[in-house]
Write a protein that binds this ligand. Sequence first.
Ligand code: GLN
Ligand code: ZN
Length: 758
Amino acid sequence: MKTSIIGYPRIGSLRELKFASEKYFKGEIEELQLLETAKELRFQNLKEQQESGLDFIPSNDFSFYDGMLDTAFLLNAVPKRYTSLGLSVLDEYFAAARGYQGEKGDVKALAMKKWFNTNYHYMVPEIDDDTEIKVSGNKPFELFVEALENGVRTKPVLTGPFTFLELARYTGTKTKEDFTEAAANAYIDIIKKLSELGAEWIQLDEPYLVKDLTESDITFFKDLYTKILSDKSGVEILLQTYFGDIRDFYNEVTALDFDGIGLDFIEGRKTLELVRTNGFPKDKILFAGVVNGKNIWKNNYTNTLHILDELKNQNIDFVVGTSCSLLHVPYTLKNETKLSDAYKKHFAYASEKLTELAEIKKLLTSENPAETTEYRANSELFAQPRSGENTSIKEKVNALSEKDFTRLPKFAVREKIQKERFNLPLFPTTTIGSFPQTIEIRKTRAGFRKGEVTADDYDSFLKGKIEGCIRLQEQIGIDVLVHGEFERNDMVEYFGECLDGYLFTEKAWVQSYGTRCVKPPVVWGDISRAKSMTVKWSSYAQSLTDKPVKGMLTGPVTILNWSFPREDISLKDSAYQIALAIREEVLDLEANGINIIQIDEAALREKLPLRKSDWNSEYLDWAIPAFRLVHSGVKPETQIHTHMCYSEFADIIGDIDNMDADVITFEASRSDLTILDVLKEKNFRTEVGPGVYDIHSPRIPAKEEIKAALQKMLDRIPAEKLWVNPDCGLKTRGSEETVPSLENLVAAAREIRSKYKA
Ligand code: GLN
Ligand code: ZN
């Protein structure tokens, strides 16, 4: 009996890699120091995994920024605009990840997208007609050797060619199929080289397999792998899938010459049934993903044994593993010193999941698993009732009816009322909410949390910042202002802290993209609004200016999607509970003179099921109503905005319109503007602010660049529906780039305005 994991977090248990990278970006440390930090972190992971008794220890799951980007560099698929800068390899890599503006040139970053249904983001590889796919990097080889020198023969982990080529963006006339031969040869070379270095197993990650695939996708997959598997250099190849099941072509995949196949028994709702009805080939090993790689609750051994017993009974040769990479959970409970054991005993982070794997292995090899202390302790834990029940909330949710989800009067009527009320210029300018969070702000907030800064001092500090932010926006000439969100560490945690039923962790950081990490709170019990959340700050900001100030809230779907959700009640019930709490805040803001309220649903699309057939029944049928429940009670003259961090909603455009917001702002500068054609075609009703520049990069967009973007938008969007804004909040940016960027934005809007009038 053996155990395996798909990958491990890499940012460092105390985010060491993040801090080192950020210092490196600022020129505060040398490349060598960054490399040393990374090496030390890899060593710690290796040691921890080895000590836990894990059998298949991964390597190459480390990354300085993102695994897809690593694969692009490994496969020589790096656009010339980066390679021609003449930077060091590492800087070239960071230029592709973050954009580059300096002596050697001015280039934007590659596009960034959400990684399947997670809150992790990958860099989208760009392939043009000249791209020559071949092995050009060293990372998997170096990291394999490094681990071997530390005494561990690891299982190198690579993004598979199918997922890589499916997710890449093709800028020329060639398509993915044109790269079949070259990609297969590159992987054959990689396998060969790893074999020469001593690798025995190689894991190829192919999460794309759990999506809805077309016939041509399946053919493409088979073509790639028939070729690769014909030349394995004596290495065992593990095909690793995750985030779902491979229901459409289970038999075709298992018939290929893989030595191991990794299946997800947690999110793959059909996985067990597939194995049950079709069997599993005797000459292959099933890597059974039974420990949840995405959530922080302890594994329920009774359920797990139930699955594994079934595999055993079928005489399937299996390895026990996680459902996906542990990248999506925090490192270790050891750093959670403040959370009481009453809660912690229900949790398992990455490191504790290693222990769970070891325990499951022990159960499986013991004569009578039910008699072991590990099993007993586990079943006792799950038998106990959990604290935090609130029956009145449950009753409120049960009593909801259609009218609670319907805002009146209809959109067109409201739009007219609001145009008269606010009397904004054409192409109103605004921002998404947060302004740069300086070190001073972070320090003061942390000081307040620790009790080193008094409530009064903190209050006046924030008021000072809000005033500065209002004056700055007035000076720049923005039309709809924001208070700047200085009170918030994070757009979900902040709200969670104002809700009963939420739990907070101290160090449960999870990588979101590059050096950015999030610390999702935990939905523990039934949710209700414990106190007002934002009214004080928003109304203070509004008191300082005659211009409208937008109230700024996070929506229920995003709060839920960016939390670790309960597994004992449905997501729908949790979402409605949160929606009722945020609804109270919306009405409170309105009653306190806030006339425009933005309810961010940054993560709405994120949890859209990967298969279209599941979209409505499993998700949209409650997610869209949850949003409407939040704002359906406001007056017609109150303007509701929403914001999304992406523009990939062409296929759910009707659902987005059905959220029935008055205005939606979204990211559009990093992806191409194709969404605008769809908006036009579908007669999108909601007013729109497609982001005119990319805030994920430190570069400053020129006025002309913004004007050009606006011009393109105007070709497709009616002038009276177009807003002008950056594509997301500014909190991660510095003032140096934010102020000139916004000045250019306002100047561009003004010029287009006067041109348009003329
Ligand atoms: N209002 C939030 C902000 O500006 C939105 C952030 C987000 O969309 N991720 O920071
Ligand atoms: Zn955003």
